[in-house]
Design a binder for this molecule. Structure first.
Ligand code: GDP
Length: 301
């Protein structure tokens, strides 16, 4: 339900515009397809995904001999679901049954890494897991304190060093502390400064190596956090981060309050990465497992 209401802005702009188009036109022709493309692109579905989607709609319209524009909406929802479907059955998180699970969170500043870690810590804790947080964003002013605040709110330990410290050292300490406290899961924040990109990527690789060395099989997940309101930029960020570390899944934040939710379709279609979680607000409970079917339902009602 929350998922559906979180998509209301995207739904009203995308589906609202489609309904409007369907009402205005009494036949399906090339002009209608062109307008449909414009609608999808302005909902941030992205150019190449839009082209692919509309091509498939064209093809199905032809094959099924569809004439009534009113039939386009159910057809679109069917095709979109098909394009996103490979997410089905993906576990929400890969867990290590034999010891400590280590999860790295990466992404540029402001996308919602720290907030997502707090929300996820709360979820995991309420499932009976012992969670520790590592304050690996030693660069952004206030990031350490912000994670500590989440730790207090949720009731989990936070391992930190001073601002400016080496993130790999923080994560190393986080691993040792998590092990000695018998924790199930360590969630590691990392820095996300956009300028000096090369340094950031080197820093992330170093963190990654430390985790690999200290815990066999780790990191069990590298979750790339993307901000839905940034639209097509999010796709570019995914490409940049994937070059530095082995990203295993995506958390898409701020889907509430944006009309750019079409980016989910582009992410699913253009990146070979599952969307694991979506952020639907700033509160602790505003994190939901992603479900393609619910997403399409939320869009088309
Ligand atoms: P970081 O720099 O990646 O760690 O980003 P933060 O966790 O500090 O988040 C940046 C801002 O985005 C904060 O004001 C958060 O409250 C807000 N935020 C994070 N996730 C969501 C979300 O899903 N929805 C909304 N509306 N705001 C969010």
């Amino acid at each position: 339900q929350k998922f559906v209401s979180g998509l209301s802005k995207t739904s009203s702009s995308l589906v609202g515009a489609m309904e409007d188009l369907i009402l205005r036109r009494n036949k399906i022709d090339e002009e209608l397809f062109e307008e449909l493309e414009e609608i999808l692109i302005s909902a941030d579905v992205g150019v190449s995904t839009t082209m692919e989607l509309v091509d498939r709609v064209r093809q199905e319209v032809k094959e099924r001999k569809i004439q009534d524009p009113a039939e386009l909406q159910p057809l679109m929802s069917e095709i979109i679901l098909e394009m996103m479907k490979s997410d089905d059955g993906a576990p929400s998180l890969a867990m290590n049954d034999e010891g400590l699970t280590v999860i790295l969170f990466v992404g540029v500043n402001g996308v919602g890494k720290t907030t997502t870690i707090g929300k996820l810590a709360h979820k995991l804790k309420s499932q009976g897991k012992k969670v520790v947080l590592a304050a690996g964003d030693t660069f952004r002013a206030g990031a350490i304190e912000q994670l500590e605040t989440w730790g207090e709110r949720v009731g989990v330990d936070v391992i930190k060093h001073q601002a400016g410290a080496d993130p790999a050292a923080v994560v190393y300490d986080g691993i040792q502390a998590a092990k000695s406290r018998g924790a199930d899961i360590l969630l590691c924040d990392t820095a996300g400064r956009l300028h000096s990109k090369v340094n950031l990527m080197e820093e992330l690789k170093k963190v990654y190596r430390v985790v690999q060395r200290e815990v066999p099989g780790a990191p069990h997940e590298v979750l790339l956090v993307l901000d839905a309101t940034t639209g097509q930029n999010a796709l570019q960020q995914a490409k940049t981060f994937s070059q530095a570390v082995n990203v295993s899944g995506i958390v898409l934040t701020k889907l509430d309050g944006t009309a750019k939710g079409g980016i989910v379709i582009a992410i699913r279609n253009e990146l070979d990465l599952p969307v694991r979680w979506v952020g639907l607000g700033e509160k602790v409970e505003d994190l939901q497992e992603f479900d393609a079917e619910q997403f399409v339902h939320g869009l088309f009602g």
